[in-house]
Design a protein around this ligand. Structure first.
Ligand SMILES: NC(=O)c1ccc[n+]([C@@H]2O[C@H](COP(=O)([O-])OP(=O)(O)OC[C@H]3O[C@@H](n4cnc5c(N)ncnc54)[C@H](OP(=O)(O)O)[C@@H]3O)[C@@H](O)[C@H]2O)c1
Length: 218
């Protein structure tokens, strides 16, 4: 992997999803190719990558509390990170608590609601009236309110922008903070996952419902 990327080592190497695909079929994605991931052996290989110095740290992505618990049951090196969808509209309270307790850092993806080919995965973040109100009152943008909120939750985040001004704006979140009243209002925002990952749900596959894939965290 690091050779393909022409790097001596990676800083962080993640399991992208807690699901396997029939060998050789990754680019030709069909639900009939989905398989149950053998967490124990996959994680042993991840640990080997770290031991060999191919990566500084190893982690997971899109893992529920239950799946983390299973992985931790046999892991010799615990995951450094669990990268998951997280923003004020999908706050991941239970998972954040669990990860904090286990010393796993959450990285929030789609912190502004996510974007695929120019379309919002969910526009419920950027169109959220509560966030709009707070942003207007504070002279900030909704994006800044989201990122500051994540920062105050003690998680890291990956926000994506190809626009220089928005990149600068996204960095300008450290010299101010949200008030207890603003945090309380954000707490009350109705919750909904933006990406339930229904493409991994199939009658022939290991997960037959979104409830099963996310272990009820939906
Ligand atoms: N592990 C996983 O399964 C998974 C899944 C999804 C994403 N991710 C990771 O998470 C990263 C970010 O997630 P994402 O791209 O889904 O979502 P995102 O960062 O929430 O949204 C990206 C969109 O926000 C816009 N944007 C950025 N800053 C803005 C600002 N200040 N004001 C208004 N719009 C702004 C960007 O447009 P402009 O470029 O025009 O600014 C882009 O269209 C990805 O790069 C990816 O690495 C991981």
């Amino acid at each position: 992997m690091s050779r393909n990327l022409r790097l001596d080592y990676l800083d962080l190497y993640l399991i992208h999803w807690p699901i396997a695909i029939k060998p050789g079929k990754y680019l030709d994605f069909k639900t009939e190719y989905l398989l149950l991931m053998d967490f124990k052996s996959v994680w042993e290989s991840m640990e080997e990558c770290q031991k060999l110095g191919l990566t500084k740290s190893i982690g997971v992505s899109n893992f529920s509390c239950k799946k983390l618990e299973i992985l931790l049951g046999t892991a010799k090196i615990p995951p450094a990170v669990n990268q998951v969808e997280m923003n004020p509209v999908w706050q991941q309270k239970k998972l954040t608590e669990f990860c904090k307790e286990k010393g796993i850092l959450i990285t929030a993806y789609s912190p502004l609601g996510g974007n695929r080919d120019g379309f919002w995965l969910t526009n419920r973040v950027i169109d959220c009236e509560v966030l709009k109100e707070i942003a207007n009152a504070r002279g900030k943008t909704i994006a800044q309110i989201c990122l500051r909120w994540l920062y105050e939750q003690g998680v890291s985040f990956v926000v994506k922008s190809f626009d220089k001004e928005r990149m600068k704006q996204n960095m300008d979140i450290f010299e101010w903070n949200l008030s207890p009243d603003e945090l309380e209002k954000i707490d009350q925002i109705p919750q909904q996952r933006g990406n339930p990952a229904t493409s991994f749900i199939s009658n022939e596959g290991p997960y037959k419902s979104v409830q099963e894939l996310w272990d009820g965290e939906i």
